[in-house]
Design a protein around this ligand. Structure first.
Ligand code: YH5
Length: 288
C-alpha cells in the first residue's frame, strides 16, 4: 500500500521542495487552498488574504504535509484569467505562508510566469493540471528545479466534460503520464522530482473516474509517486447524490480507497478527518 515503485524506493522517501521536506515514506496530505472567487466547494465567496492564510495555518495545524495554493479555476466552463490576475491572488498568500509555515507550499498553475514568480516567492512544488504542456512550461519548471506534479486531463477545462471518450481510460491515462514524465526527463527535470496524477474529473465521465480509482495501482508502473484529488468532487454527487457541502464522509472513503490502491499523496479540503482515517488504515496494514 502506497509504497513507492522499486525504481524510486530507498533514496527518495523525502522529496526536497525548494528547501522544505515532503516525507513520502508514508501517505502525505496536501491541503487545498483555493483562491478563486468561484470556489463554491470551499464555502463560496472570495477569501481575503488573512482569511486564506488563516485557513492554511489551520490545515497545517491539523497535520497537512503541504499546502496547494491555486488562483485559477479549472472547473468545467470556467473562464481563463490573465497571469497578472492569478499572481495578484496567489503571491501575497504564498509570501505570508512561506514566513508562517514550515511545510512546503505548492502552486497550482499552468502558466510559466506564475510558476516562476510563485517559486521565487516561496512555493516549492509546481502542480500543473496541464502537465507542463503550455509553451515554455517544461523549460521553466526545469530551471526552477522544484518537484512537478503532472496531471492527466482530456481536452480543455472549458469543454472537457462535454463528451469524454476513451477506449481504455486506465491505459490511456497511464500512457499520457508516461509520455509527459519522459518529456520532463528530456527537459532535464530530475526523475526524483516528478509526481503523476490521473486527474479525477478532468475530461472523464463518472464511469471513467470509477474505473481509474479501481485500477489506480496500474499507474505505479510509470515509476513516480501518485497524487490524487477526489475531495468533494462530482464523482460523489453523481454516485450517491450528495450536494457539495455534504461530501465529507464520502470524500474520506474515496481517499482511503485511493491509499489502498497505491496513492502516495492525497489532495483534499478536510485535513483532520482524512488524515486520521488514512493513519488508521496505514496502522492496520503497516506490518502486513
Ligand atoms: C487534482 O485532482 N483538482 S482543481 C470540483 C469540486 C471539488 C474540487 C465540485 N486541481 C486537482 O479540486 N490538481 C484541481 O467539487 C488539481 N489533482 C491535481 N494535481 C478541482 C477541484 C475540485 C473540483
Amino acid at each position: 500500500m502506497a509504497t513507492l515503485p522499486a525504481s524510486t524506493s530507498g533514496n527518495t522517501t523525502v522529496m526536497d521542495c525548494g528547501g522544505r521536506s515532503l516525507n513520502l515514506g508514508r501517505v502525505a496530505v496536501m491541503g487545498i487552498l483555493n483562491l478563486t472567487p468561484d470556489s463554491f466547494s470551499d464555502g463560496g465567496l472570495f477569501m481575503s488574504r488573512d482569511q486564506a492564510v488563516g485557513r492554511a495555518l489551520k490545515m497545517a495545524d491539523e497535520g497537512a504535509d503541504i499546502i496547494d495554493v491555486g488562483g485559477e479555476s479549472t472547473r468545467p466552463g470556467a473562464l481563463a484569467i490573465s497571469a497578472q490576475e492569478e499572481l495578484d491572488r496567489v503571491l501575497p498568500v504564498i509570501e505570508a505562508l512561506r514566513r508562517e509555515l514550515e511545510i512546503p507550499i505548492s502552486i497550482d498553475t499552468s502558466k510559466p510566469r506564475v510558476m516562476h514568480e510563485a517559486v521565487s516567492a516561496g512555493a516549492g512544488m509546481i502542480n500543473d493540471v496541464k502537465a507542463l504542456r503550455e509553451d515554455n512550461a517544461l523549460a521553466t519548471a526545469a530551471a526552477l528545479d522544484v518537484p512537478v506534479c503532472l496531471m492527466h486531463m482530456q481536452g480543455e477545462p472549458r469543454s472537457m466534460q462535454t463528451n469524454p471518450i476513451y477506449e481504455d481510460v486506465v491505459v490511456e491515462v497511464r500512457n499520457f503520464l508516461s509520455i509527459r514524465r519522459q518529456a520532463c526527463l528530456d527537459a532535464g527535470i530530475d526523475e526524483k522530482k516528478i509526481l503523476i496524477d490521473p486527474g479525477f474529473g478532468f475530461g472523464k465521465t463518472l464511469e471513467h473516474n470509477l474505473e481509474l480509482l479501481r485500477n489506480l495501482s496500474g499507474l505505479k508502473s510509470v515509476g513516480a509517486p501518485v497524487l490524487v484529488g477526489l475531495s468533494r468532487k462530482s464523482i460523489i454527487g453523481k454516485s450517491i447524490g450528495l450536494p457539495v457541502d455534504k461530501r465529507l464522509h464520502a470524500s474520506v472513503a474515496l481517499a482511503i480507497l485511493a491509499v489502498r490502491n497505491g496513492a502516495n499523496i492525497i489532495r483534499l479540503h478536510d485535513v483532520a478527518a482524512t488524515r486520521e482515517a488514512v493513519r488508521m488504515v496505514e496502522a492496520v496494514y503497516r506490518a502486513a
